[in-house]
Design a protein around this ligand. Structure first.
Ligand code: DC
Length: 218
């Protein structure tokens, strides 16, 4: 099986940006698992599916297409909230687990694949040898998100972003099934005082060492 690099961490910590940089730099496939939850949430909105309708939510997950997963409409505060709510549901997590576990099988010829989310190193690929757990203080994450909005010319309130991040943290950290927590053999990357380039440089160094260690232990 191809080597899997797992990157887990809370909302707005920079996982997607960093994972994308690694994927581009090493020319390896990337799965942003949050997109699966978001794509289900978008389908629920479009088809007016109630949050308690297990059968229809499962059907949304079973019929996800690449088009759904790569949709440009996956990022809004409404989708943030629904995705966070449905991610507590065991039946949905089990269904999406199948998709995530199939992903690396498509890329056996690659050096490695990168998968980012909340439970990739703990639940989805506990056997992965290279696991990163990203962290940054919620206030710092909120400020970064706020500045991103401003840069894009958007209007928003820093307080509201902070509240939303804290609410998502509470869901992620406290849900009964697959809560966000560092895998025992993960490396902690605290980006509170690192910009994205600095974090990327740390990760590149870490990967050189980890890939070497993984080869030794084969
Ligand atoms: O990483 P993101 O913000 O795009 O994730 C969207 C939502 O999906 C978020 O509320 C947490 C949830 N999620 C999850 O529970 N497990 C994952 N592996 C990935 C995301």
């Amino acid at each position: 099986m191809v080597e899997i690099i797992t990157i887990d961490g809370p909302a707005s910590v920079g996982k997607s940006t960093l994972a994308k940089k690694i994927s581009n730099y090493y020319e390896v496939p990337l799965l942003n698992s949050g997109r699966l939850y978001r794509a289900v949430a978008l389908k629920m909105i479009n088809n007016k599916i109630n949050i308690r309708n297990k059968y229809k939510i499962l059907h949304c997950a079973q019929t996800l297409t690449n088009k759904n997963i790569n949709s440009k409409d996956l990022f809004s505060s409404k989708i943030d909230k629904i995705a966070s709510e449905i991610s507590k549901k065991k039946y949905l997590r089990n269904q999406l687990k199948i998709y995530q576990r199939e992903f690396p099988k498509k890329y056996t010829g690659k050096k490695f694949v990168v998968i980012e989310g909340r439970d990739i190193g703990t639940e989805i690929f506990p056997q992965a040898k290279i696991k990163i757990f990203m962290w940054a203080d919620a206030k710092i994450r909120a400020r970064r998100r706020y500045l991103q909005f401003l840069k894009k010319g958007g209007k928003c309130s820093l307080k509201r972003i902070y509240k939303e991040i804290v609410a998502r943290d509470i869901n992620d950290l406290n849900r009964k099934i697959a809560p966000l927590q560092p895998a025992v053999n993960s490396v902690l990357l605290d980006t509170s005082y690192l910009d994205i380039e600095q974090a990327f440089n740390v990760l590149k160094k870490l990967l050189v060492n980890k890939l070497y260690e993984a080869r030794i232990s084969e």
